[in-house]
Structures are given as structure tokens and as C-alpha cells.
Design a protein around this ligand. Structure first.
Ligand code: NAD
Length: 360
């Protein structure tokens, strides 16, 4: 079925414009091949918006994102804006965008590309079994958003951070977990600390209530300390992991580390609507900006996630992943993933984009 979609495009700062350009080339190629139409609306956010508008995310730019079918972001920030007042920092634009779009779920795949397996710090026999899972992390609740205070009592300082979750907050992130599993291998692992925490016992109860709505998805439970061990011991067991904010913060960094390269990892942030925010996990890499050195694959794979999760274009998303895999098979590498194995050839940002698009 031919579809028309409006995509808000935030090129941002540093390497942002270079990597987004390659993702758009790939999206245009997909549109041509499958008969879709993608309309792009340029949105200024971050340092470039501060320079142009005196604001890291002017209200009308946020509106453009809210009115789109989805949002693609490169990266924002850089040394030039490090000294501006806090509320004007480029990253504030990103926080306002997330809040304004109402996204409460951050989804990060941890996938090892067999061609880059030597970049993983894990033992070869563990990597060989395959690493391909996704962590769905609750983003706007839990201990990071509870009350924080430090008081003086009986001669010593006492610090308190409160961890709160409502049933509804758990249910909505749980649904994203189940829906994500449905689009993958239908295995969902709910991670909590129900042997100690009340919020985790509620989490577990709600997940099991939801399970009856998703009989096609297999739900398992795991304690967070065990999960941290299992991610390095046997990552092949996971398909989708769903967890609360702080556990997800820590586990998703652990998971991205075992795959090796920061330039390869996409992410999505979702809320109640299909309009999601898609971006690579890395920053604006000012050290290599404008040098045709950046790896555009994290952004290209973010575009593939957009096709799958916002537009339900599974075949198109898979085509992009396969194209990336074929280009890696042929030995083409950007500088960050270059190895001295024979048959590997270093290419620039643009050539990587063109080669991936050509494979489609
Ligand atoms: P970074 O992710 O930008 O860079 C870390 C290192 O990884 C650098 O050596 C960089 O060259 C390399 N790298 C990152 N992406 C790469 C890619 N696609 N290809 C090849 N190499 C890549 O992190 P940083 O240096 O800590 O931050 C730089 C700026 O980015 C800061 O202003 C920071 O605030 C901002 N930042 C933005 C986001 C975002 O927009 N979502 C996220 C993190 C950091």
C-alpha cells in the first residue's frame, strides 16, 4: 500500500547535518522503490536554533514536530554553546522536544553485526550466539522524577530520593513493551526488583495483567541484578526487555557497550501516538564534524526504526537493515569501525550513505 508521511527533520549541529543527509537519501530510495511519498519539514533545534532564533527550540519548531507523523534527529550541541546560560543550552531543546511530544518510552536496540563482532568486549563464543535485543525504558517516571531532598538530622546529612510509579504509568510502558515484542520475536522480559521494592511488585503485577491482552507474546520476569549479569553472560536469550527508568538507564548503557560501536546504534522514543522521535544514540561529535568521517549508520537505522514502529513498514525497515549488512559484508567501513582485517576499505560518510542506498 502506498503511503504519504510527513517527517520533521532536525539536522542539528556538528555531524548532525552530514548523517541526516545520508538517512534522507536512504528514505528517498525506499520511497521510490515502494511507491511511498515522504514529505520533509526542516526544524531548527539546538545550537543552530540558538544562533538563528535565540532559542534552542522555538515554539513554532516544536509545533512542526508535534504535527508531523514522526521526527528524525541527527544530534545537537557543541563547544560553541557550552557557555550559554543553562536554560538556553542546546540540550534543553532536546528535553523540551521530548516533553512536548509526550514521549515516555525510550527504545534502544543492542545488536551485534557479525561483521563487527571483534569490536565487542565479550568473548567470541558468547558473541557468536548472536546479540539482537531491544531495551524499552520508561523515561518520565520513577526515582529520577520523585522528590529529592537532603536534610540535616541529629548532626548528619540524610538524603532521600523517592521512587513512585502509578499503575497507569506502568501499564502504558508495558503496552509499548508488548507491542514491540509483537513486531519482533514475541518474547518480552520484564525486569524489576520485586524481591525488595513495592514499586517493582506493582510493576510485575501490572505486566502480568497486561499479558492476557497479548497471548501471542511470551512474558518472563527477571530481577535487575540478574539481568545485568545475563546481558554479559548470555545476551542471545533476550528479544525485548521492558523496565523502569533507572534500571533502563543503566542496562541500556551496558547493552550498547557490548555491541562495540557508538556510531551504529539507533534509538526511538515513543508516547501514546505513532509520532515518535528517532535518533542515533551518539552526540554531535564536534571533533570530526565537516570532515566526511562520521558513521551515518546509527541515523540510517533510526530511519529504519521509524518505518517499522511509526509507519508499520516492516518490509522496508528490513530492507534497510539488509542493505547495511551487505555493505558491511563487502568490507566497507567508516573510520570508527575500520579494522585492519584484510578486505576492509575505509570510506567516508557520503559514500557509506550512497552504498547503502544503492543496495536497496
Ligand atoms: P559524542 O557521542 O558526540 O562523541 C563521542 C566520541 O564518539 C567522539 O570521539 C566522536 O567523534 C565519536 N562519535 C560519535 N558519533 C560518531 C559517529 N556517528 N561516527 C563516528 N564517530 C562518532 O559525545 P560527546 O563528545 O560527549 O558530545 C559532543 C556533543 O554532543 C556535546 O555537546 C554533547 O552535549 C552533545 N550530545 C548530544 C546528544 C544528542 O543530540 N542526543 C547526545 C549526546 C551528546
Amino acid at each position: 500500500m502506498n503511503m504519504q508521511k510527513n517527517i520533521a527533520v532536525i539536522r542539528g549541529d556538528g555531524i548532525g547535518p552530514e548523517i541526516v543527509e545520508q538517512a534522507l537519501l536512504v528514505l528517498d530510495t525506499i520511497a521510490k522503490k515502494y511507491g511511498h511519498t515522504f514529505h520533509y519539514t526542516d526544524v531548527d533545534m539546538g545550537g543552530c536554533a540558538i544562533d538563528k532564533w535565540g532559542d534552542p527550540l522555538p515554539e513554532e519548531m516544536l509545533e512542526k514536530c508535534k504535527n508531523a507523523d514522526s521526527v528524525l534527529l541527527g544530534a545537537v550541541g557543541g563547544e560553541k554553546w557550552n557557555h550559554v546560560p543553562g536554560h538556553m543550552r542546546p540540550e534543553k531543546g532536546l528535553l523540551r522536544l521530548r516533553a512536548g511530544m509526550g514521549v515516555y518510552s525510550n527504545n534502544r536496540p543492542a545488536k551485534i553485526w557479525k561483521q563487527l563482532s571483534e569490536a565487542s568486549p565479550l568473548r567470541a563464543d558468547i558473541v557468536e550466539k548472536g546479540i539482537d535485543f531491544i531495551i524499552v525504558r520508561e523515561l518520565t517516571g520513577g526515582i529520577y522524577f520523585g522528590e529529592h531532598k537532603t536534610e540535616e538530622k541529629e548532626g548528619q546529612a540524610i538524603a532521600t530520593d523517592i521512587l513512585v510509579y502509578s499503575e497507569e504509568e506502568i501499564r502504558r510502558i508495558g503496552r509499548i513493551g508488548f507491542e514491540t515484542a509483537r513486531k519482533r520475536n514475541k518474547k518480552l522480559c520484564s525486569v524489576e526488583k520485586s524481591n525488595v521494592l513495592d514499586s517493582s511488585r506493582l510493576w510485575k503485577k501490572v505486566m502480568h495483567e497486561l499479558a492476557s491482552e497479548y497471548p501471542d507474546v511470551e512474558l518472563t520476569d527477571m530481577l535487575v541484578d540478574n539481568c545485568a549479569m545475563q546481558i554479559v553472560k548470555n545476551p542471545a536469550q533476550f528479544d525485548v526487555v521492558v523496565t523502569e527508568n533507572m534500571f533502563g538507564d543503566i542496562l541500556s548503557d551496558e547493552a550498547s557497550m557490548i555491541t562495540g560501536s557508538i556510531g551504529m546504534i539507533p534509538s526511538s522514543s515513543m508516547g501514546d501516538t505513532k509520532n515518535g522521535l528517532y535518533e542515533p544514540i551518539h552526540g554531535s561529535a564536534p571533533d570530526i564534524a565537516g570532515k566526511d568521517l562520521a558513521n551515518p549508520i546509527g541515523t540510517i537505522l533510526s530511519a529504519a526504526m521509524m518505518l517499522l514502529y511509526s509507519f508499520d513498514m516492516k518490509e522496508e525497515a528490513t530492507a534497510i537493515e539488509n542493505a547495511v549488512s551487505e555493505v558491511l559484508d563487502e568490507g566497507y567501513r567508516t573510520a570508527d569501525i575500520m579494522s585492519n582485517k584484510k578486505n576492509c576499505m575505509q570510506i567516508g560518510t557520503k559514500e557509506m550513505g550512497i552504498r547503502i542506498a544503492d543496495k536497496l
